[in-house]
Write a protein that binds this ligand. Structure first.
Ligand SMILES: *[C@@H]1O[C@H](CO)[C@@H](O)[C@H](O)[C@H]1NC(C)=O
Ligand SMILES: *[C@@H]1O[C@H](CO)[C@@H](O)[C@H](O)[C@H]1NC(C)=O
Ligand SMILES: *[C@@H]1O[C@H](CO)[C@@H](O)[C@H](O)[C@H]1NC(C)=O
Length: 716
């Protein structure tokens, strides 16, 4: 529809128009009316008591007023027309025949002026409702991104304007919307264009609204993603996890599959949030995947990415090997073994046990572990007797464990050396050979009087004392898989080859005198001490050291020592030690000579330190090549000191002070002999150019050149 163009004619041209007939040009003031309605053609005549005349299309008189008369409508206008004194004409009950030009002419009573107005009236029919429709077959299944148009069809009506509304709001301003007359074009349509649409048609005097057209726009499914909150390993039976499926699109629904088939019904699988979240609680071995979700709506469907879990694996294939074959014997304290334990599985931890108890952290066990591939090595070096039994390697992780065990054929040697012994049993003597503690047990042979008896661990043979056994040898031989040991003991009375009945033990009053009897290797003995002169009588060993006593006796099976404590000159005299074994007894005499110190004064303190001269001697001795004058001075000093030092060294309590190169008698347990020493300070003299050089300087040849003298008499 084209808008009516308005042309306002100026007053000077009115006459021209009035007199030109047959001109259809539209002129005058535009006025609009609707069928059946009213229109007011407004005037405001400036004259008093005017004469007024309204005509239609310049021919038909509509209404008039004569001077001093009432205004009145004329002819067919009677009853549907009103003329006011100011010239305004109101027409009611308009019809399409009222379209046309209305002209008014007014003059004052004296006709000295004239006023003319022209109106162009257009009477419109009432608008019927337009029909709003789209070019789509299903307005509820529009796909976003497509091009859709709406048409507001007002039919063959005089319509001056079309307006489109969505949910009551003007929609043509939208960015993707173009409106053109009765058409609305979506370029393209989006999900947010969904809604209830109406259109309104208008003309200058009326309007009408269309039906409501509902548009539902859906977006296709896209961007389907499957994610999970799992990181690292999932432990079947322990861990839970959630998978979230997300997608773009309208009204998306989700379905799930595992390993390519629909997710089975299982209480461990729970779907929430519109099936977009799958919670697996707990995860099982079967849940490694791949999991897939498919998002779909009425437009399309689309699968997600595959999601696979890192499921932790059970411990399996535990293997325990050793570098020592099961049959071969391993010797405790000699051999080492190496155990290797491996397993398959996730985060495998190894632990070692012996007979079901965890290995101690004793240093002879050394364990190293490798993470990939999982393994643990145990080195037992050296293997010990306590390692008897079953070594177990257990491989475990959070969800499973498995173990393997290995046992060694462990052997060990008997303790110490074989022992020979004999003991009295009534009138018999039991001869015994013993080598215990071996695994397997050692073969022990007892050889006596050309007879051999062999048993495991120990052998006992009883012989009658009536037979002549004295002087015979008891020999024991042991053999444990190649390791041998032997001992021989002579069946005879106690013997002390080193003992001299006439020797004298010197003592100093106030100190301890020690008498020691050391027997030759042989049968075990018991010892009894007695005093012979003066005041003969047995000497009892006190039961406890706490008791202040005169004597102390310390005995082994082959030696005994009598300690005369805090000796006085009155302890001088003869003592006797009786050693008795199953064959018989022997007596040994000890002579003791205790002298008062410092000319009879027992109270005078004994010298505790060496004089400065002795120290000088040491220094001089060490410095080889010092002038002869120094050496002479040394010997002078030595002579002066000798008597005092003799006293000291003879004191048993000062045995530590003995020169280390004194003759050592092994039979007395390593104590230095000093009873017969003529010279208690001893020197090592290195003599050159002499074949009979001696470590003892007791007899230095005067013509020898002495290069070095080492003196070790005192340590304090
Ligand atoms: C529309 O109306 C005009 C004038 O009233 C008439 O000439 C025309 O035939 C009509 N057309 C239709 C399609 O009704
Ligand atoms: C076994 O391994 C240990 C440690 O490596 C080694 O000391 C030992 O000699 C080996 N034993 C054998 C029979 O190979
Ligand atoms: C030592 O004296 C004892 C007792 O008088 C005696 O039985 C023994 O035969 C003597 N020993 C030696 C070697 O003279």
């Amino acid at each position: 529809m084209k808008k009516l163009t308005t042309v306002c004619l100026m007053i000077p041209s009115v006459f021209l128009l009035i007199h030109s007939s047959g001109v259809s040009a539209q002129v005058g003031i535009e006025a609009n009316g609707v069928y059946g309605g009213s229109v007011s053609l407004n005037e405001s005549i400036p004259f008093t008591n005017p004469s007024i005349s309204w005509s239609f299309n310049q021919t038909v008189v509509v209404a008039v007023r004569a001077v001093d008369r009432e205004p009145e409508c004329v002819g067919t206008y009677k009853g549907r027309c009103t003329l006011l004194i100011n010239g305004t004409l109101i027409l009611d009950s308009l019809t399409n025949t009222d379209d046309g030009i209305y002209t008014m002419t007014a003059q004052p009573p004296d006709l000295t002026a004239i006023r003319t107005s022209t109106y162009q009236l257009k009477v419109y029919p009432p608008l019927s409702a337009p029909v709003l429709s789209s070019n789509s077959t299903n307005n509820n299944k529009l796909v976003s991104g497509t091009y859709v148009s709406l048409h507001c069809d007002g039919g063959n009506q005089s319509i001056t304007r079309y307006i489109f509304f969505r949910d009551g709001k003007d929609v043509c301003s939208g960015r993707n919307v173009a409106c053109s007359d009765s058409y609305l074009h979506f370029q393209p349509i989006t999900v947010s264009d969904s809604g209830n649409y109406t259109c309104v048609i208008q003309n200058p005097v009326t309007s009408n609204t269309s039906n409501t057209l509902q548009l539902a726009v859906s977006a296709p499914v896209s961007d389907v993603r499957l994610t999970s909150n799992a990181s690292g390993y999932l432990w079947p039976g322990i861990n839970s996890t959630s998978l979230t499926c997300s997608a773009l699109g309208t009204d998306v629904s989700y379905t799930w599959s595992l390993k390519g088939v629909p997710l089975p019904q299982n209480l461990r699988y729970q779907l929430t949030q519109g099936n977009s979240v799958l919670t697996i609680s707990p995860v099982s071995d079967n849940d490694d995947g791949p999991f897939t979700c498919t998002a779909s709506n009425w437009i399309n469907n689309m699968p997600s990415n595959n999601l696979t879990f890192n499921l932790a694996a059970n411990v399996s294939n535990v293997s325990l090997t050793s570098n020592s074959s099961g049959e071969s014997r391993i010797w405790a304290e000699e051999d080492s073994v190496y155990l290797h334990c491996s397993a398959d599985g996730t985060e495998v931890h190894f632990s070692w046990a012996l007979n079901g108890k965890p290995l101690s952290n004793d240093p002879h066990y050394h364990i190293t572990t490798s993470v990939s591939p999982p393994s643990s090595d145990l080195t037992i070096s050296p293997i010990s007797k306590n390692d008897t039994g079953s070594f177990t390697c257990e491989a475990s992780n959070l969800i499973s464990k498995e173990n393997k065990s290995v046992t060694f054929n462990l052997g060990w040697r008997p303790e110490g050396n074989i022992s020979c012994s004999a003991e009295a049993s009534g009138t018999d003597v039991n001869l015994m050979c013993s080598w215990l503690g071996g695994n397997p047990a050692a073969n022990v042979s007892l050889i006596f009087n050309n007879q051999t008896m062999t048993e495991h661990n120990n052998v006992t043979r009883s012989v009658s004392t009536s037979s002549s056994i004295q002087g015979s040898n008891l020999t024991c031989q042991g053999d444990q898989l190649g390791k041998t040991s032997q001992c021989t003991v002579e069946l005879e009375r106690p013997k002390a080859p080193g003992h001299d009945n006439n020797s004298v033990t010197k003592g100093i009053a106030g100190h301890t005198v020690v008498l020691t009897l050391t027997l030759k290797e042989g049968l075990p003995c018991v010892f009894n001490w007695a005093r012979l002169t003066p005041n003969p009588g047995p000497i009892q060993n006190p039961s406890a050291r706490a008791t202040i006593t005169k004597y102390d006796i310390i005995s082994t099976s082959l030696s005994s020592s009598l300690h005369i404590l805090d000796a006085t000159v009155n302890d001088s005299g003869k003592y006797e030690c009786t050693a008795k074994n199953i064959i018989g007894a022997e007596n040994f005499i000890f002579n003791v000579n205790v002298t008062a110190q410092g000319g009879g004064n027992d109270e005078s303190p004994k010298p505790k330190t060496l004089g400065g001269g002795a120290i000088a001697g040491i220094v001089i001795g060490v410095l080889a090549g010092i002038a002869l004058i120094g050496i002479l001075a040394f010997f002078l000093v030595r002579k002066n000191k000798r008597s005092k030092e003799r006293e000291r060294i003879n004191e048993p309590g000062d045995q530590l002070d003995l020169p280390v190169y004194s003759t050592v008698n092994k039979q007395n347990g390593g104590a230095a002999e000093n009873q017969n020493a003529q010279d208690d300070v001893k020197y090592a003299v290195i003599n050159f150019a002499k074949n009979n050089s001696s470590a003892k300087a007791s007899n230095p040849a005067p013509e020898e050149t002495e290069y070095s003298t080492v003196k070790t008499s005192a340590k304090r």
